[in-house]
Ligand binder design. Sequence first.
Ligand SMILES: Nc1ncnc2c1ncn2[C@@H]1O[C@H](COP(=O)(O)OP(=O)(O)OP(=O)(O)O)[C@@H](O)[C@H]1O
Length: 290
Amino acid sequence: MTNKDNTVEDLEQFIAPPAAENLNLEARNLDFYYGTHQTLFNVSLPVERNKITALIGPSGCGKSTLLRILNRIYALYPQQYAVGRVLLDGKDILTDHDTLTRLKERGDNVTLDPLGDDISQIRARIGMVFQKPTPFPMSIYDNVAYGVRLHFNKSRQELDHIVERSLHRAALWDEVKDKLKESGLSLSGGQQQRLCVARGLAVEPEVLLLDEPASALDPVSTARLEETLMELKKDLSIVIVTHNLQQAARISDYTGFMYLGNMIEFCSTDRLFARPKTRRARDYLTGRFG
Ligand SMILES: Nc1ncnc2c1ncn2[C@@H]1O[C@H](COP(=O)(O)OP(=O)(O)OP(=O)(O)O)[C@@H](O)[C@H]1O
């Protein structure tokens, strides 16, 4: 990042990320490869606790790829690998053998502080909601209880309580409370997406990652989902990929603008939308390309 055209104030605002003690999750200097094809280049992203962080940028710039690294979901796919660090509450979560080898090869001289290598625990702490609603072919109740049954040993009564609370938090309870035994697939698209949010919340994650969660929703469902996210950030940290700039402006506290696999700008949403620092971000925000 060059700074010769910027005032000190500009630079300070750009480089003043959330304070270290407020970080819930942090990506540092990530490179990412699909086979031999590198798609992320030295990308860093701070995620502040109890805030919403939006990722924006033109199609193919690497937003979803970055999100998929943050809870190590990419590791389910062969030939995909990340080099760099992801810290959850200051502890490294990319600690598999391949990543360590590649960090060394890249010349990073760091001592990792591993969180532990239980991937299912990491994914329980960092939940993910995908672009298309993905309810499981089972009842509404079982959809929400699914992860809890997988990770914890709860009584039926506790499970009932968790399901109800999660559906409340996802703003879906009133619509489904009388039909918990019906299939999750019987709900509308917007309800299915909130069911997926409820399923993610049931395991009490600290961070929720959302990949264009409203792209298949009508404006009313989108507004409901946005309200839900604004409410949820009181309890957890949220990272959302969105193509909808108004949505990013409405709900996020911080925004990262990506282009061709690079994090071009990262700062407070107000600042980015009011005074983008780079021409690329300005052009994107004013609809000149995208
Ligand atoms: N499974 C894959 N194999 C190979 N290349 C991939 C794969 N998935 C994505 N890519 C490439 O990685 C780059 C980043 O893709 P990514 O999906 O992260 O971008 P994005 O910003 O989320 O795009 P969009 O907004 O269209 O969803 C693109 O060049 C894409 O073609």
